[in-house]
Design a protein around this ligand. Sequence first.
Ligand code: FAD
Ligand code: SF4
Ligand code: SF4
Ligand code: SF4
Length: 554
Amino acid sequence: MDKRISYKDINELPEIALSTGSTRVLKTGSWKNLKPVIEDKAAPCSKACPISTKIPQYFFHIIEKNLDRAADILLEKNPFPAITGRVCPAFCQIGCNRKRFDERISIRELERFVGDYILNRGYKVKEIPSDTGKKILVIGSGPAGMAASYFLRRKGHSVLIYERESLPGGVLRYGIPSYRLPKDILDREFDMLYKMGIKIETNKALGKDFSIDELRDKFDAIFIAIGAWVEKKMKIEGEDLMLSGLHFLKEVNEGKDISKFIGKKVACIGAGNVAMDVVRTLKRIKANPEILYRRTEAEMPALEEEREKAKSDGIPFHLLVLPIKAQKKNDKIVLTLQKMQLGEPDSSGRRRPIPIDGAVYEEEYDFVIKAIGEEADRSALPSEYLGDDGWPFADKKTGAMKVKGVFAGGDFIQGPSTVVEAESWAQKAAESIDRFLKGEDINVREVPPKTVSFMLINTEYFDKEKAVHPVELSVEERIQTFDEEVKTLQEEMAIKEAKRCFSCGYCNSCGNCFVYCPDMSILWMDNRPSVDYDFCKGCGICARECPRGIIQMV
Ligand SMILES: Cc1cc2nc3c(=O)[nH]c(=O)nc-3n(C[C@H](O)[C@H](O)[C@H](O)COP(=O)(O)OP(=O)(O)OC[C@H]3O[C@@H](n4cnc5c(N)ncnc54)[C@H](O)[C@@H]3O)c2cc1C
Ligand code: SF4
Ligand code: SF4
Ligand code: SF4
């Protein structure tokens, strides 16, 4: 009911103009040409992450000190944040909007912080749906196989893993050295999967102990993720005198005796991540490793971070040299090295190395280790599982192989890549398998939301501040030990870093739109804003003042 105020005397009138009735009767909302729409969008970091981690969403809970909630959000997309928080190349950080303001957010370090919190707390996955009665076989227990098992179990299916080695983990256990990824981290993260009811049988190799076709009838679906473990060939004379880089790392990780390398001059051929791990491991056991690479540093396939660490560990890089022959002389290996120069870019986009006429010399080594790349074992499967090019084939979007009910992913399909990309194959294959088991179209996927670009961030609300970086061992300390070289952030530092995040596209209920709307047309319920379109005149102030690009005028 409209209550009018009446005045008896002129002296009672207020000093400023004042409406004597309610303005609610006048629905000024009809005056607008544009209307604000409040809608969460994707942050570019999340978009760049192969598994679409909901980054600003869990950062919000780090700031609130609600780490259980941060853990739940992280675990929706990633079963192994303590692993990826240590070894992921952090594609997310490349896409971070804050990079254009001062310095990108240390996203990987925050992921590791929450990952370690989960491990220390002994996390239990929220209720698993009741058993669907469907049985899935996963072959291979690297990050692709383990992550697929996790996502499938979370959908209520029962999962059995067959693994060739005696312990699970693939490259995580047998490739990546412990100074980058301590093995108890993966054991503890895998423990969570066993607690969910996932079963594993080790020492069971596809192609040796069983064939794919004999098991197809026994399971409702199969996911193959056996990685890429076949060392590529250089096809030069004396190649059999060389050791395999991956094999060397496996021996170190298995705790085998590698004392024969101490004090020895070791050539490592190649400049990828395996090569960097080989030389950095050799340095720690007091050998004298050197990198031999046929291109220059700019073309090296290793992650920049790893390359820089190898250099600061004091490992010499001999660039633009190609071994063309290896011979045994007494107890040494003599490499014949061809000097190279760079020509036009090849199909990989990198400049092609071309031999310089007559520029050949010899160099003597105690050991030569080859780390020029690995590929899938195509003999593990019958020909109907291979693509037209003769390599194992699975659809990029769904992970489906050409044979019904069989899916595959990770390095086995993509070739050597990264842990998070292996997890991404697992994510999409688990989604497809679930749809397949329910008789649904496996090609259906959610349409991703729009991404918030830097232009949509109102940087006036943020102060410039340098990123928080983790504590690391000094070079002198780290080359003496296999102890972990990078430390986890302390809580206080993690909160400080999470607070630097713009929270691109994710409403963190800052209240700016509510405060600045001149027409009081932003409603505030359950700590979230919405628009009262009956009164919003479409001035756009809320959109201008939202720091995170959430409000759009349409
Ligand atoms: C030395 C090294 C360092 C790396 N460093 C990094 C890094 O820092 N960051 C990063 O993101 N990525 C890194 N990578 C790449 C990353 O580890 C791989 O991309 C990832 O492990 C691939 O996962 P996957 O599950 O597909 O394969 P894998 O990890 O190879 O796992 C395959 C599993 O299948 C098993 N298997 C193989 N054959 C059979 C068979 N016939 N039957 C049954 N089981 C079988 C294997 O034993 C293994 O357990 C590195 C790779 C190497 C080699
Ligand atoms: S998994 Fe890797 S790319 Fe994804 S958010 Fe974590 S660090 Fe970034
Ligand atoms: S500022 Fe935060 S939300 Fe925005 S891209 Fe960077 S990490 Fe992601
Ligand atoms: S101004 Fe703040 S409260 Fe309003 S939509 Fe943007 S982030 Fe959310």
